[in-house]
Design a protein around this ligand. Sequence first.
Ligand code: AMP
Ligand code: MG
Length: 327
Amino acid sequence: MSINTIDIKISPCVKQFYTLGTIIELKVHGPNAEKSIIEAISKLSQIDDKMSVFKDFSEVSIINRNAGISYCKVSDDTYFVIKRAVEYSKLSGGAFEPTIRPLVGLWGVNTDHARIPKLDEIRYYMRLINYKDIILNDKDKSIILRNENQQIDLGAIAKGFAADKVKDILIENNIENAIIDLGGNIYALGNKPDGALWNIGIQDPIKVRGEYVGIVSVKNKSIVTSGNYERYFIEEGKRYHHIINPMTGAPSENDIISATVISEYSIDGDALTTCVYVMGIKKGLKLIESIEGTEAIFITKDKQVYVTQGIVDTFKLTNEEYTYKTQ
Ligand code: AMP
Ligand code: MG
């Protein structure tokens, strides 16, 4: 498989390309930068080939086609990601829901058939949604969905996994400083080459890309944001975005319009941002506070910014339109 890349600069080596349904930018410093990026691109396209629901031959598509029929053996990567997805479903009381695919398809956000479904259609598809129907066999790494027509969607966790894999490849290549950006799912490796921390802007969810609410200064951390501005359609003045609340079958509606999680591993940050986006501020803050070494920034509709205790010193609000709330 070949992927077109665009070279932006020679040093650091920066490449942009498209895979995993998003624009990826790798900015890598150091002698092995080019080589490590080539290896990373190859790994990312492998992950997409295994986990995309848009590729008929992917392992996820094979599991989906065999729902209610037979167990499918999958690669270590796919098994690991699906297992973690189920763990996050349990941890979030079902807010995170890897069998959400039939509803995602019904709403069609970001497709040419995006529309508001009828209530009875939503009800019909909701019967198919239940992470407890993902049956995992650790012995031979095979998976089956209990009932026909059930479908897995790893869109809320695969990019995080992929960012961790890119980080591993860079480290194997002795890279010390890099920014891995998988469509806003960021991993900041090491420091900046001058020794300072990386400054990562938290996107203003109401403004165009590149305008920020604040900045976090980090090293060796994953920073992932889920927001209602990423993928959506507007009908009769109302915004319908891509994160579905499994309890209602509709795009999640609460105060949060952007949730950022800062963590060691990006797979955790990716899953958790989706969890807390659906859970809302109160439950979301409680969940993140209960996980050591993980912090969060929530932005509400009324322009308030909530942060967890551990990030008060690292997060700087830079946008005067927003109000900073410590709990
Ligand atoms: P993220 O941007 O990481 O929050 O992931 C959103 C993507 O995950 C959507 O485009 C869907 O493919 C899928 N998704 C939507 N709602 C959920 C949910 N409640 N749990 C898990 N995955 C979801
Ligand atoms: Mg996610």
